[in-house]
Design a protein. Structure first.
Length: 409
Protein backbone atom coordinates (compact mmCIF):
# COMPACT_ATOMS: atom_id res chain seq x y z
CA UNK A 1 0.00 0.00 0.00
CA UNK A 2 3.13 2.15 0.01
CA UNK A 3 2.33 5.59 1.36
CA UNK A 4 -1.49 5.44 1.38
CA UNK A 5 -2.96 6.49 4.72
CA UNK A 6 -6.06 4.85 6.15
CA UNK A 7 -8.23 5.86 9.10
CA UNK A 8 -11.02 3.86 10.69
CA UNK A 9 -13.24 3.48 13.72
CA UNK A 10 -13.77 0.01 15.21
CA UNK A 11 -16.70 -0.76 17.52
CA UNK A 12 -18.88 -3.70 18.55
CA UNK A 13 -21.59 -4.93 20.89
CA UNK A 14 -23.89 -1.89 20.81
CA UNK A 15 -26.72 -4.13 22.09
CA UNK A 16 -29.29 -1.46 21.34
CA UNK A 17 -31.97 -3.83 22.65
CA UNK A 18 -30.48 -3.93 26.16
CA UNK A 19 -30.84 -1.02 28.60
CA UNK A 20 -28.56 -0.89 31.65
CA UNK A 21 -29.74 -3.26 34.41
CA UNK A 22 -29.19 -4.34 37.98
CA UNK A 23 -30.30 -1.23 39.88
CA UNK A 24 -32.71 -1.91 42.70
CA UNK A 25 -34.05 1.63 42.71
CA UNK A 26 -34.09 4.04 39.79
CA UNK A 27 -34.58 7.70 40.69
CA UNK A 28 -36.70 9.77 38.30
CA UNK A 29 -33.85 11.97 37.15
CA UNK A 30 -31.87 8.93 35.94
CA UNK A 31 -34.65 7.17 34.05
CA UNK A 32 -34.15 8.95 30.76
CA UNK A 33 -30.36 8.78 30.96
CA UNK A 34 -30.56 5.02 31.52
CA UNK A 35 -33.07 4.46 28.74
CA UNK A 36 -31.11 6.51 26.21
CA UNK A 37 -27.60 5.39 27.14
CA UNK A 38 -27.13 2.53 24.60
CA UNK A 39 -28.25 4.65 21.66
CA UNK A 40 -26.40 7.77 22.81
CA UNK A 41 -23.17 5.84 23.13
CA UNK A 42 -23.61 4.27 19.69
CA UNK A 43 -24.35 7.74 18.24
CA UNK A 44 -21.02 8.92 19.67
CA UNK A 45 -19.24 6.11 17.84
CA UNK A 46 -20.65 7.34 14.52
CA UNK A 47 -19.97 10.98 15.47
CA UNK A 48 -16.35 10.06 16.12
CA UNK A 49 -16.12 8.50 12.65
CA UNK A 50 -17.41 11.71 11.06
CA UNK A 51 -15.36 14.14 13.20
CA UNK A 52 -12.18 12.16 12.63
CA UNK A 53 -12.96 11.96 8.92
CA UNK A 54 -12.25 8.24 8.74
CA UNK A 55 -12.42 6.08 5.61
CA UNK A 56 -14.51 3.29 7.12
CA UNK A 57 -16.22 1.95 10.22
CA UNK A 58 -15.65 -1.64 11.33
CA UNK A 59 -18.54 -3.17 13.28
CA UNK A 60 -17.78 -6.52 14.87
CA UNK A 61 -21.17 -7.87 15.81
CA UNK A 62 -24.03 -7.75 18.32
CA UNK A 63 -25.17 -4.26 17.36
CA UNK A 64 -28.81 -5.05 17.95
CA UNK A 65 -31.21 -7.94 18.33
CA UNK A 66 -33.78 -7.08 15.63
CA UNK A 67 -36.28 -9.49 17.18
CA UNK A 68 -36.47 -7.75 20.55
CA UNK A 69 -35.16 -4.23 20.06
CA UNK A 70 -38.27 -2.54 18.69
CA UNK A 71 -38.43 -0.31 15.64
CA UNK A 72 -36.69 2.71 17.14
CA UNK A 73 -33.30 1.03 17.42
CA UNK A 74 -33.46 -0.30 13.85
CA UNK A 75 -34.48 3.11 12.50
CA UNK A 76 -31.62 4.66 14.46
CA UNK A 77 -29.05 2.32 12.89
CA UNK A 78 -30.33 2.98 9.36
CA UNK A 79 -30.25 6.72 10.02
CA UNK A 80 -26.66 6.57 11.27
CA UNK A 81 -25.57 4.47 8.27
CA UNK A 82 -27.19 7.08 6.02
CA UNK A 83 -25.27 9.91 7.76
CA UNK A 84 -22.05 8.01 7.11
CA UNK A 85 -23.04 7.48 3.49
CA UNK A 86 -23.44 11.23 3.05
CA UNK A 87 -19.87 11.60 4.31
CA UNK A 88 -18.67 8.80 2.00
CA UNK A 89 -17.71 6.60 4.91
CA UNK A 90 -17.97 2.86 4.27
CA UNK A 91 -19.33 0.43 6.87
CA UNK A 92 -18.10 -3.17 7.22
CA UNK A 93 -20.33 -5.14 9.55
CA UNK A 94 -20.22 -8.76 10.67
CA UNK A 95 -23.11 -10.30 12.58
CA UNK A 96 -22.55 -11.73 16.05
CA UNK A 97 -24.96 -13.93 18.01
CA UNK A 98 -27.81 -11.48 17.53
CA UNK A 99 -27.41 -9.61 14.28
CA UNK A 100 -26.48 -12.12 11.58
CA UNK A 101 -27.68 -11.32 8.03
CA UNK A 102 -30.52 -13.85 8.40
CA UNK A 103 -31.92 -11.97 11.42
CA UNK A 104 -31.99 -8.51 9.85
CA UNK A 105 -35.51 -7.74 8.48
CA UNK A 106 -35.47 -8.03 4.69
CA UNK A 107 -37.75 -5.04 4.18
CA UNK A 108 -35.21 -2.70 5.82
CA UNK A 109 -32.80 -2.15 2.95
CA UNK A 110 -29.28 -1.19 4.03
CA UNK A 111 -27.70 1.83 2.29
CA UNK A 112 -25.09 0.96 -0.34
CA UNK A 113 -22.14 2.06 1.82
CA UNK A 114 -22.89 -0.83 4.21
CA UNK A 115 -21.49 -4.31 3.73
CA UNK A 116 -23.06 -6.94 6.01
CA UNK A 117 -20.91 -10.08 5.76
CA UNK A 118 -22.45 -13.51 5.20
CA UNK A 119 -22.33 -16.42 7.64
CA UNK A 120 -20.20 -19.48 7.16
CA UNK A 121 -17.81 -18.33 4.47
CA UNK A 122 -15.21 -15.60 4.35
CA UNK A 123 -15.94 -12.62 2.16
CA UNK A 124 -13.25 -10.29 0.86
CA UNK A 125 -13.82 -6.60 0.03
CA UNK A 126 -11.54 -3.93 -1.37
CA UNK A 127 -11.71 -0.43 -0.01
CA UNK A 128 -10.89 1.98 -2.83
CA UNK A 129 -9.97 5.63 -2.91
CA UNK A 130 -10.24 7.29 -6.33
CA UNK A 131 -10.69 3.84 -7.84
CA UNK A 132 -7.42 2.75 -6.33
CA UNK A 133 -7.53 -0.16 -3.85
CA UNK A 134 -6.15 1.00 -0.50
CA UNK A 135 -7.16 -1.71 1.97
CA UNK A 136 -8.46 -5.27 1.99
CA UNK A 137 -11.25 -6.07 4.41
CA UNK A 138 -12.17 -9.68 5.09
CA UNK A 139 -14.84 -10.94 7.43
CA UNK A 140 -17.46 -13.52 8.24
CA UNK A 141 -20.58 -13.31 10.40
CA UNK A 142 -20.58 -15.56 13.44
CA UNK A 143 -21.57 -19.18 12.97
CA UNK A 144 -23.26 -18.97 16.35
CA UNK A 145 -20.91 -21.06 18.48
CA UNK A 146 -19.27 -18.03 20.10
CA UNK A 147 -15.70 -18.71 19.00
CA UNK A 148 -13.56 -17.31 16.18
CA UNK A 149 -12.86 -19.91 13.50
CA UNK A 150 -9.37 -18.67 12.63
CA UNK A 151 -8.99 -21.34 9.95
CA UNK A 152 -11.40 -19.40 7.71
CA UNK A 153 -9.03 -16.44 7.50
CA UNK A 154 -6.32 -17.83 5.23
CA UNK A 155 -5.87 -15.51 2.25
CA UNK A 156 -3.34 -14.79 -0.46
CA UNK A 157 -0.76 -12.24 0.71
CA UNK A 158 -0.84 -8.73 -0.81
CA UNK A 159 0.99 -5.52 0.08
CA UNK A 160 -2.23 -3.75 1.11
CA UNK A 161 -3.27 -2.95 4.67
CA UNK A 162 -5.54 -5.85 5.62
CA UNK A 163 -8.30 -5.99 8.22
CA UNK A 164 -10.09 -9.13 9.44
CA UNK A 165 -13.49 -8.86 11.14
CA UNK A 166 -14.24 -11.74 13.49
CA UNK A 167 -16.72 -12.37 16.27
CA UNK A 168 -16.29 -14.52 19.36
CA UNK A 169 -13.71 -15.79 21.79
CA UNK A 170 -10.15 -16.28 20.65
CA UNK A 171 -6.57 -15.96 21.89
CA UNK A 172 -3.43 -14.20 20.74
CA UNK A 173 -1.77 -17.54 19.95
CA UNK A 174 -4.58 -18.54 17.55
CA UNK A 175 -4.21 -15.34 15.49
CA UNK A 176 -0.51 -14.60 15.68
CA UNK A 177 0.40 -16.88 12.76
CA UNK A 178 -1.59 -14.83 10.25
CA UNK A 179 1.12 -12.45 9.06
CA UNK A 180 -1.04 -11.20 6.21
CA UNK A 181 -3.60 -9.65 8.60
CA UNK A 182 -2.60 -6.26 10.02
CA UNK A 183 -5.63 -5.55 12.17
CA UNK A 184 -8.01 -8.06 13.75
CA UNK A 185 -11.28 -6.22 14.43
CA UNK A 186 -12.78 -8.49 17.07
CA UNK A 187 -16.20 -8.42 18.69
CA UNK A 188 -18.23 -10.22 21.32
CA UNK A 189 -16.55 -8.97 24.50
CA UNK A 190 -18.14 -6.14 26.44
CA UNK A 191 -14.92 -5.01 28.13
CA UNK A 192 -12.16 -3.68 25.87
CA UNK A 193 -9.22 -6.04 25.44
CA UNK A 194 -6.12 -5.91 23.27
CA UNK A 195 -4.63 -9.33 22.45
CA UNK A 196 -1.51 -7.93 20.78
CA UNK A 197 -0.30 -4.70 19.30
CA UNK A 198 2.38 -3.52 16.90
CA UNK A 199 3.30 -4.30 14.29
CA UNK A 200 0.04 -6.28 13.99
CA UNK A 201 -2.95 -5.57 16.20
CA UNK A 202 -5.84 -7.65 17.54
CA UNK A 203 -8.39 -5.93 19.72
CA UNK A 204 -11.87 -6.07 21.15
CA UNK A 205 -13.14 -2.49 21.58
CA UNK A 206 -15.84 -3.67 24.04
CA UNK A 207 -19.36 -2.26 24.18
CA UNK A 208 -19.57 1.54 23.80
CA UNK A 209 -21.78 1.54 26.92
CA UNK A 210 -21.41 -0.55 30.10
CA UNK A 211 -24.67 -2.24 31.11
CA UNK A 212 -24.15 -3.31 34.71
CA UNK A 213 -21.69 -3.40 37.58
CA UNK A 214 -20.12 -6.41 35.82
CA UNK A 215 -19.03 -4.06 33.02
CA UNK A 216 -17.27 -1.34 35.03
CA UNK A 217 -15.11 1.57 33.92
CA UNK A 218 -14.66 3.40 30.64
CA UNK A 219 -16.41 2.17 27.50
CA UNK A 220 -15.86 3.36 23.97
CA UNK A 221 -14.53 2.55 20.53
CA UNK A 222 -11.13 2.31 18.87
CA UNK A 223 -9.82 4.88 16.42
CA UNK A 224 -7.13 3.51 14.11
CA UNK A 225 -4.73 5.27 11.75
CA UNK A 226 -2.21 3.81 9.36
CA UNK A 227 0.18 6.43 8.05
CA UNK A 228 3.16 4.61 6.74
CA UNK A 229 3.77 0.91 6.37
CA UNK A 230 0.95 -1.29 7.59
CA UNK A 231 0.93 -0.76 11.33
CA UNK A 232 -2.22 0.80 12.81
CA UNK A 233 -1.78 3.36 15.59
CA UNK A 234 -4.80 2.99 17.83
CA UNK A 235 -6.50 5.26 20.31
CA UNK A 236 -9.36 4.47 22.67
CA UNK A 237 -12.22 7.01 22.44
CA UNK A 238 -14.70 6.98 25.37
CA UNK A 239 -18.34 7.10 24.26
CA UNK A 240 -20.30 6.09 27.37
CA UNK A 241 -22.74 8.49 29.01
CA UNK A 242 -23.17 6.39 32.13
CA UNK A 243 -20.32 4.64 33.91
CA UNK A 244 -20.36 1.86 36.53
CA UNK A 245 -17.68 2.16 39.19
CA UNK A 246 -16.93 0.46 42.46
CA UNK A 247 -14.55 1.45 45.20
CA UNK A 248 -13.45 -0.23 48.34
CA UNK A 249 -12.17 1.61 51.38
CA UNK A 250 -10.58 0.11 54.45
CA UNK A 251 -11.39 1.79 57.79
CA UNK A 252 -10.16 0.93 61.30
CA UNK A 253 -13.00 -0.32 63.51
CA UNK A 254 -12.63 2.66 65.83
CA UNK A 255 -13.43 5.15 63.01
CA UNK A 256 -16.10 7.69 63.92
CA UNK A 257 -18.88 8.13 61.39
CA UNK A 258 -17.83 11.75 60.78
CA UNK A 259 -14.42 10.57 59.67
CA UNK A 260 -15.94 7.94 57.43
CA UNK A 261 -18.18 10.61 55.90
CA UNK A 262 -15.24 12.95 55.36
CA UNK A 263 -13.40 10.14 53.65
CA UNK A 264 -16.34 9.30 51.39
CA UNK A 265 -16.85 12.96 50.52
CA UNK A 266 -13.22 13.32 49.43
CA UNK A 267 -13.45 10.27 47.18
CA UNK A 268 -16.77 11.38 45.71
CA UNK A 269 -15.39 14.82 44.87
CA UNK A 270 -12.49 13.23 43.05
CA UNK A 271 -14.78 10.82 41.15
CA UNK A 272 -17.03 13.71 40.08
CA UNK A 273 -14.04 15.74 38.92
CA UNK A 274 -12.80 12.85 36.78
CA UNK A 275 -16.21 11.96 35.35
CA UNK A 276 -15.79 14.22 32.34
CA UNK A 277 -19.51 14.87 32.03
CA UNK A 278 -20.42 11.18 32.29
CA UNK A 279 -23.00 10.12 34.89
CA UNK A 280 -21.50 7.73 37.43
CA UNK A 281 -23.15 4.78 39.18
CA UNK A 282 -21.12 4.12 42.27
CA UNK A 283 -20.98 0.96 44.41
CA UNK A 284 -19.16 1.28 47.75
CA UNK A 285 -17.59 -1.38 49.86
CA UNK A 286 -16.37 -0.53 53.35
CA UNK A 287 -13.87 -2.98 54.79
CA UNK A 288 -13.98 -2.78 58.53
CA UNK A 289 -14.50 -4.77 61.73
CA UNK A 290 -16.03 -4.57 65.14
CA UNK A 291 -17.92 -1.49 66.22
CA UNK A 292 -17.99 0.26 62.85
CA UNK A 293 -19.07 -2.93 61.04
CA UNK A 294 -21.87 -3.34 63.59
CA UNK A 295 -23.05 0.25 63.21
CA UNK A 296 -22.99 0.03 59.43
CA UNK A 297 -24.97 -3.21 59.36
CA UNK A 298 -27.31 -1.77 61.93
CA UNK A 299 -28.62 1.04 59.71
CA UNK A 300 -25.74 3.48 59.27
CA UNK A 301 -25.25 1.94 55.82
CA UNK A 302 -28.68 3.13 54.73
CA UNK A 303 -28.13 6.59 56.27
CA UNK A 304 -24.86 6.99 54.40
CA UNK A 305 -26.44 5.95 51.11
CA UNK A 306 -29.18 8.57 51.59
CA UNK A 307 -26.61 11.21 52.47
CA UNK A 308 -24.38 10.36 49.46
CA UNK A 309 -27.39 10.49 47.16
CA UNK A 310 -28.55 13.85 48.46
CA UNK A 311 -25.08 15.33 48.33
CA UNK A 312 -23.82 13.95 44.98
CA UNK A 313 -26.67 12.07 43.30
CA UNK A 314 -28.44 15.10 41.93
CA UNK A 315 -25.45 17.30 41.16
CA UNK A 316 -23.82 17.78 37.78
CA UNK A 317 -22.31 15.36 36.92
CA UNK A 318 -24.56 12.86 38.65
CA UNK A 319 -22.67 10.47 40.92
CA UNK A 320 -25.38 8.11 42.11
CA UNK A 321 -24.61 5.65 44.89
CA UNK A 322 -26.12 2.29 44.01
CA UNK A 323 -25.11 0.46 47.17
CA UNK A 324 -22.87 0.51 50.20
CA UNK A 325 -21.76 -2.88 51.46
CA UNK A 326 -19.84 -3.81 54.55
CA UNK A 327 -17.09 -6.36 54.32
CA UNK A 328 -15.44 -7.72 57.40
CA UNK A 329 -12.92 -10.50 57.56
CA UNK A 330 -13.92 -11.44 61.09
CA UNK A 331 -14.99 -15.04 61.02
CA UNK A 332 -17.95 -16.24 62.98
CA UNK A 333 -16.50 -18.01 66.09
CA UNK A 334 -16.45 -21.81 65.81
CA UNK A 335 -18.50 -22.31 68.98
CA UNK A 336 -21.41 -20.35 67.50
CA UNK A 337 -21.85 -23.24 65.04
CA UNK A 338 -22.53 -25.60 67.94
CA UNK A 339 -24.97 -23.36 69.85
CA UNK A 340 -28.41 -24.72 70.52
CA UNK A 341 -30.01 -21.50 69.29
CA UNK A 342 -31.64 -20.13 66.17
CA UNK A 343 -28.22 -18.73 65.24
CA UNK A 344 -26.68 -22.19 65.67
CA UNK A 345 -29.36 -23.78 63.46
CA UNK A 346 -28.85 -21.09 60.86
CA UNK A 347 -25.07 -21.39 60.82
CA UNK A 348 -25.22 -25.18 60.55
CA UNK A 349 -27.50 -24.83 57.53
CA UNK A 350 -25.05 -22.40 55.93
CA UNK A 351 -22.16 -24.77 56.65
CA UNK A 352 -23.98 -27.67 55.01
CA UNK A 353 -24.44 -25.62 51.87
CA UNK A 354 -20.78 -24.65 51.91
CA UNK A 355 -19.53 -28.22 52.34
CA UNK A 356 -21.84 -29.72 49.79
CA UNK A 357 -21.40 -27.83 46.54
CA UNK A 358 -24.19 -29.75 44.88
CA UNK A 359 -26.72 -28.59 47.43
CA UNK A 360 -28.71 -26.03 45.50
CA UNK A 361 -29.12 -22.51 46.86
CA UNK A 362 -32.83 -22.42 46.27
CA UNK A 363 -34.20 -18.92 46.67
CA UNK A 364 -37.34 -19.41 44.64
CA UNK A 365 -39.41 -19.81 47.78
CA UNK A 366 -38.60 -16.20 48.64
CA UNK A 367 -39.57 -14.78 45.26
CA UNK A 368 -42.95 -13.26 44.48
CA UNK A 369 -45.13 -15.63 42.40
CA UNK A 370 -44.70 -13.58 39.24
CA UNK A 371 -40.90 -13.69 39.34
CA UNK A 372 -40.46 -17.42 39.79
CA UNK A 373 -39.87 -18.58 36.27
CA UNK A 374 -38.62 -15.36 34.85
CA UNK A 375 -35.78 -12.88 34.81
CA UNK A 376 -35.79 -12.44 38.58
CA UNK A 377 -35.24 -16.14 39.11
CA UNK A 378 -32.26 -16.08 36.76
CA UNK A 379 -30.59 -13.50 39.00
CA UNK A 380 -30.55 -16.05 41.80
CA UNK A 381 -29.26 -18.82 39.62
CA UNK A 382 -25.73 -18.73 41.03
CA UNK A 383 -23.66 -20.70 38.57
CA UNK A 384 -20.21 -19.79 39.81
CA UNK A 385 -18.53 -21.21 42.88
CA UNK A 386 -16.89 -17.90 43.72
CA UNK A 387 -20.17 -16.06 44.10
CA UNK A 388 -21.67 -19.04 45.92
CA UNK A 389 -18.97 -19.08 48.59
CA UNK A 390 -18.99 -15.30 48.95
CA UNK A 391 -22.74 -15.35 49.31
CA UNK A 392 -22.63 -18.02 52.01
CA UNK A 393 -19.90 -16.20 53.89
CA UNK A 394 -21.96 -13.04 53.84
CA UNK A 395 -25.03 -14.95 54.98
CA UNK A 396 -23.12 -16.36 57.96
CA UNK A 397 -21.81 -12.91 58.99
CA UNK A 398 -25.20 -11.28 58.60
CA UNK A 399 -26.85 -14.12 60.53
CA UNK A 400 -24.34 -13.78 63.35
CA UNK A 401 -25.09 -10.03 63.51
CA UNK A 402 -28.84 -10.31 63.42
CA UNK A 403 -29.54 -13.52 65.30
CA UNK A 404 -27.10 -13.28 68.17
CA UNK A 405 -28.90 -13.45 71.51
CA UNK A 406 -32.08 -15.07 70.15
CA UNK A 407 -33.26 -18.12 72.07
CA UNK A 408 -34.35 -21.50 70.83
CA UNK A 409 -37.71 -21.46 69.12
MN1 LIG B 1 -22.29 -8.92 23.15
Amino acid sequence: MSGESVAFVHASDFHLEQPPYGLTEIPDHLRQILADAPMQAAARVFETAILEDVDFVLLSGDLVDPQTSGARALAFLLEQFELLREQRIAVYWIGGQLDGPDRWPEELVLPDNVQLFPRGQLKQCLFRRNDHPVATIIGVSSGGDGAVDAGLFRIEPTDRFTVALAYGRTEASSLAGYKQIDYWALGGLHQAKTLFQSPQTACYPGSPQGRSIDEPGLHGCTLGRVDRGRTAQTKFIPTDCLRWCSESIAMPESTHRNDLQRHLRGRMQRIAAEANGCSILMAWQIETEGALAGQLRGGLDRELVDWLRTEFGRAQPVVWTTELKVKSSAVVPAESYEEDTILGDFLRAVRQHRQNERMPLDFTGYLPERGKNRALAAVFDTGEDVSRLGLLEEAAALGADLLRGEDVL
